[in-house]
Design a protein around this ligand. Structure first.
Ligand code: GAR
Length: 211
């Protein structure tokens, strides 16, 4: 019996989180999962080059080609079904998909967010904006969160979080980089491994990790 799980990674940009997943896979750290396909919402996403360089199948589903989120979400759902996705990872994927996808793959989709949810999250909080807002507020600690994706933006059950210190002289760029290095690139592959190995239980909107 083949119990390998197909991991489909959704990307929009540079793809450093995708790279962290590829590196983890190469170290044998994705458990029963194997990255089977990378889907980009933008044709020029550098993440596509990273995937191709590592022999991973790539597809594009360009957000601008669709009139609205509903039609884009239905197209994405059909593509994910076609790709036989078992686990779906938003790795710097900048489009909020609706219940057409989230309900079809409930409990199978995870997102990495560059802050400690429930701080600095929700609509409009993505990429560098998150770090700009954290610095504006003057928080001393920020970090990253991996959570299940639901139709409500950044509101699904939290799987893993890691805190990162904010420095007095941080810019959004330096804070972003430190959070990626110290938190995102570690907790995202770990959460994907746990999900692929069926080690995450959701109860009352909260997760519990089975060991
Ligand atoms: C990462 O910091 C990721 O957490 C964030 O965008 C960056 C993508 O970088 N995602 C979001 O803000 C989603 N709301 P990458 O393309 O190099 O992985």
């Amino acid at each position: 019996m083949n119990n390998t799980k197909n991991i489909v990674v959704l990307v929009s940009g540079g793809g450093t989180n995708l790279q962290a997943l590829i590196d983890a896979q190469n170290r044998g750290e994705l458990g029963c999962g194997k990255i089977s396909c990378v889907i980009a919402s933008k044709a020029d996403a550098y993440a596509l080059t990273r995937a191709a360089d590592n022999g991973i199948k790539t597809r594009t589903l360009i957000r601008k080609d669709y009139a609205d989120i509903a039609s884009y979400s239905i197209a994405m759902r059909d593509l994910l079904i076609e790709e036989e996705a078992d686990v779906i990872v938003y790795a710097g994927f900048m489009t909020i998909l609706d219940e057409n996808v989230c309900d079809a793959f409930a409990g199978k989709m995870v997102n990495v967010h560059p802050a400690l949810i429930p701080s600095f999250c929700g609509k409009g909080f993505y990429g560098l904006h998150v770090h700009e807002e954290a610095l504006k507020k003057g928080v001393k600690v920020s970090g990253a969160t991996v959570h299940f994706v639901t139709a409500e933006c950044d509101a699904g059950p939290i799987i893993l979080q890691k805190a990162v210190e904010v420095m007095d002289n941080d810019t959004p760029e330096t804070l972003q980089r430190r959070i990626m290095e110290q938190a995102e690139w570690k907790i995202l592959p770990r959460a994907v491994q746990l999900l692929c190995d069926d080690k995450i239980v959701i109860e009352d909107g909260k997760t519990c990790i089975k060991d």
